[in-house]
Design a protein around this ligand. Structure first.
Ligand SMILES: *Cc1c(COP(=O)(O)O)cnc(C)c1O
Length: 433
């Protein structure tokens, strides 16, 4: 209503003329929720400001990295210090082993780590390595899990049984995904059956241990252990894609929270503290197959970039030295999530929620969401109305029903209170079904 959007609209028009859809990553175009995407000019703590001067409490955290909030002083200082000494060398710098040591201390089952520039690069490289190590071709993933946009992982799943991969994007030849098996999430029997059918041929299983990319969906009790058991039985590697959950759910990620040990771990988002970093880690025996020690090629002009390493170090060291932030974020997120659900009920709007730690989703459906099939029953039009009303009320949520929201260490009780008040207003304009 009262929110100005002229400047952002103008910028969007200008961007659309020169950038496809006006965006450098599709979901930013707000197609899933409607309305005009605000152009963001500044962030501080839990708040962002757009080009029209509107202020928002936000729960995007740059899609996960900003666990300390926007422009956290530790991170900004570390980046400035690093920048003064040169932005990139294309040669090793001391921050690389330093960050590697802290990352490995958080994931004690991982012995070596290689830094790359994005989560996409991390998963793509981990899979290449798993295939080389096992000398097998097939990769198993789960419907609704996102592992970046590498060809082999851009597969929309079939349902119920293992189906041979059908590319989820134009421009990906079927031949490139013919070794990708896509199964429903949270169904251990389906995995067991697929392993019987493809015995000795599956190089690895890659999974988001808590899914964030169909909205937040936790693993069913025993599911991760079942994946561990089935993969070990067939000498296949289990890869936890902790690009989102690593350092988010706990210092040691989902594998610390659920106590299941994968063979390899992919990381990103938080380990870059808001700058572009990804990483893949595993046992020395596996990781030492990467060039220059082994035959698996993987490289990067800007990999281990000193600015990115500095931002990542500042972030993960803060988390290491202030672990109490996890409890605080968890309590704040729990309060927020349940109070918003209560506000929905009072307004006669039916929603359900999933939350693990500071990661959560309000699904506009009555059924519990445990996999892609149940997630996709959500009323996305109602979510869109809610999203737009929340923006008008000064709260910026992820612009899709199927993206997890994040609370940061910078969110205060007052932020939570204001967000709940905004939700009350917003539900009043979301028609009850
Ligand atoms: C964000 C994400 C990726 C992709 O990372 P990018 O840096 O966007 O390439 C991969 N896996 C998971 C689980 C993610 O959340």
């Amino acid at each position: 209503m009262g929110r100005k959007t002229d400047e952002s609209r103008k910028l969007q028009k200008r961007a659309e003329a020169v950038i496809p859809g006006g965006v450098d990553s599709p979901v930013r175009a707000f197609r899933a929720v409607g309305g005009d995407p605000p152009f963001i000019v500044r962030g501080q703590g839990s708040r962002i400001w757009d080009a029209d001067g509107n202020e928002y409490i936000e729960y995007l955290g740059s899609w996960g990295p900003l666990i300390l909030g926007h422009a956290a002083p530790e991170v900004v200082e570390a980046v400035m210090d690093a920048a003064r000494n040169g932005t990139s060398f294309g040669a090793s710098n001391p921050l690389e082993p330093e960050l590697a040591e802290v990352v490995l201390s958080a994931f004690p089952r991982m012995e070596k780590v290689r830094f790359v520039n994005s989560g996409t690069e991390a998963t793509m490289s981990a899979i290449r390595l798993a295939r080389a190590y096992t000398k097998r071709k097939y990769v198993m993933k789960f419907e609704g899990c996102y592992h970046g946009h590498a060809d082999a992982l851009l597969v929309k799943a079939g349902s119920g049984v293992a189906t041979l991969g059908i590319p989820g994007s134009a421009g990906v030849p079927e031949e490139f995904t013919q070794f990708t098996l896509a199964l429903p999430f949270n169904d251990a029997d389906a995995v067991d059956q697929a392993f019987k059918k493809f015995k000795g041929q599956i190089a690895c299983v890659i999974v988001e241990p808590v899914v964030g990319n169909m909205g937040c969906v936790p693993p069913a009790k025993g599911y991760l252990d079942a994946l561990r058991y089935i993969t070990s039985r067939d000498n296949s590697l289990l890869i936890f894609d902790e690009v989102m959950t690593g350092f988010r759910l706990a210092f040691g990620g989902a594998q610390e929270v659920f106590g299941t040990a994968p063979d390899m771990t992919t990381l990103g988002k938080i380990i870059g503290g808001g700058l572009p970093v990804g990483a893949y880690a595993g046992p020395a025996e596996v990781m030492d197959m990467v060039a220059p020690l082994g035959p698996v090629y993987q490289a990067g002009t800007l990999s281990g970039n000193p600015l990115a390493m500095a931002a990542g170090l500042a972030t993960v060291c803060y988390l290491r030295d202030n672990r109490e932030v996890y409890g605080r974020m968890e309590r704040a997120a729990a309060t927020l999530v349940t109070m918003v659900v209560e506000a929905a009920r009072e307004a006669g709007v039916s929603i359900t929620y999933n939350r693990v730690g500071s990661m959560f989703t309000w699904f506009f459906t009555e059924v519990p969401v445990t996999n892609w099939t149940s997630a996709s029953r959500s009323d996305t039009a109602a979510f869109g109305r809610f999203h737009r009303a929340m923006l008008d009320a000064g709260v910026y949520l992820p612009p899709s029903q199927y993206e997890a929201a994040f609370l940061s260490a910078a969110h205060s009780d007052e932020d939570v209170r204001q967000t709940v008040a905004a939700a009350r207003e917003a539900f009043a304009v979301v028609e009850a079904r």
